[in-house]
Design a protein around this ligand. Structure first.
Ligand code: SAM
Length: 188
C-alpha cells in the first residue's frame, strides 16, 4: 500500500476530512491503520468507531486508545453514526459493492464518504508495472483481481445512488475518486 499510494495518503486524508464536520460521530469501515483518524480527526470529532477484519490492526489501534472493533463489515451490524467512511476498500466487496453502499447509507445519519482507487498499478498498460502492482496488492490484501476504474465506480455510484450524491471529485493526484452521499439513517 505504501508503494502504491505513497504521498497520496496525506492528500486523500485531508480531502476526506474536509467533509467531516467538527463534533460528528464517525464510523470508519475497513480502517486499516486508521491514518485518517490519527492525522485528521482525533481531537475535533465527537466520537470514532472503526470496524476492521485484521486482528493485528485492531489490536494496535486499541493499544492506542482507538475504539477499533474486529468485524467483517460485509455482514456485521453497522453502528449508526453521523458520518460513515470507507477508504480504498469498496472494491473488496465486488460484485456486491452496491449492497455495501446501501448498508453504509442505512448506518449514516448525515453522510457516507467513499474514497476509492480508480487507477491502480495492477491495471497499468505497462506490463512490468502491472505485474509489480498486482504482486503488491496480492501480498497486502490477498488476490483481488477486480478493481474499479473511474467509469465503473461512477456507474455504480451515479447509477445506483445518483440522487444521494452531494459531492464528487478526484482526490488531488487522481489516484482515487471521492464521493459523498447523503445518509439514510433517521436523525438522532
Ligand atoms: C486496502 S486496505 C485500506 C485500509 C485503509 N482504509 C486505508 O485506506 O489506508 C483494505 C482494508 O480492508 C480490510 N478488510 C478487507 N475485507 C474486510 C471486511 N470484510 N471487513 C472488514 N475489513 C476488511 C483489510 O484488512 C484492510 O485493512
Amino acid at each position: 500500500m505504501r508503494v502504491l499510494y505513497g504521498r497520496y495518503y496525506a492528500a486523500r486524508d485531508a480531502a476526506v476530512a474536509a467533509h467531516v464536520p467538527d463534533g460528528a460521530s464517525v464510523l470508519e469501515l475497513c480502517c486499516g491503520p486508521a491514518r485518517l483518524y490519527e492525522r485528521e480527526l482525533r481531537g475535533r470529532i465527537g466520537s470514532y468507531v472503526a470496524l476492521e477484519a485484521s486482528e493485528r490492526f485492531v489490536a494496535r489501534l486499541r493499544r492506542r486508545g482507538v475504539d477499533a472493533r474486529r468485524a467483517d463489515v460485509a455482514t456485521a451490524e453497522l453502528p449508526v453514526a453521523d458520518v460513515v467512511v470507507m477508504q480504498a476498500s469498496l472494491y473488496q466487496f465486488l460484485p456486491a459493492a452496491d449492497a455495501m453502499v446501501r448498508r453504509m447509507r442505512a448506518a449514516a445519519r448525515a453522510s457516507v464518504i467513499i474514497a476509492e482507487p480508480v487507477r491502480n498499478l495492477a491495471s497499468s498498460p505497462l506490463g512490468f508495472v502491472a505485474r509489480l502492482g498486482a504482486r503488491a496488492a496480492a501480498t497486502a490484501e490477498g488476490a483481488q483481481a477486480q478493481r474499479f476504474d473511474a467509469d465503473s465506480l461512477g456507474a455504480l455510484l451515479r447509477g445506483g445512488f445518483g440522487d444521494a450524491i452531494t459531492f464528487q471529485a478526484p482526490v488531488p493526484g487522481g489516484r482515487e475518486h471521492l464521493y459523498v452521499l447523503r445518509g439514510a439513517a433517521a436523525p438522532a
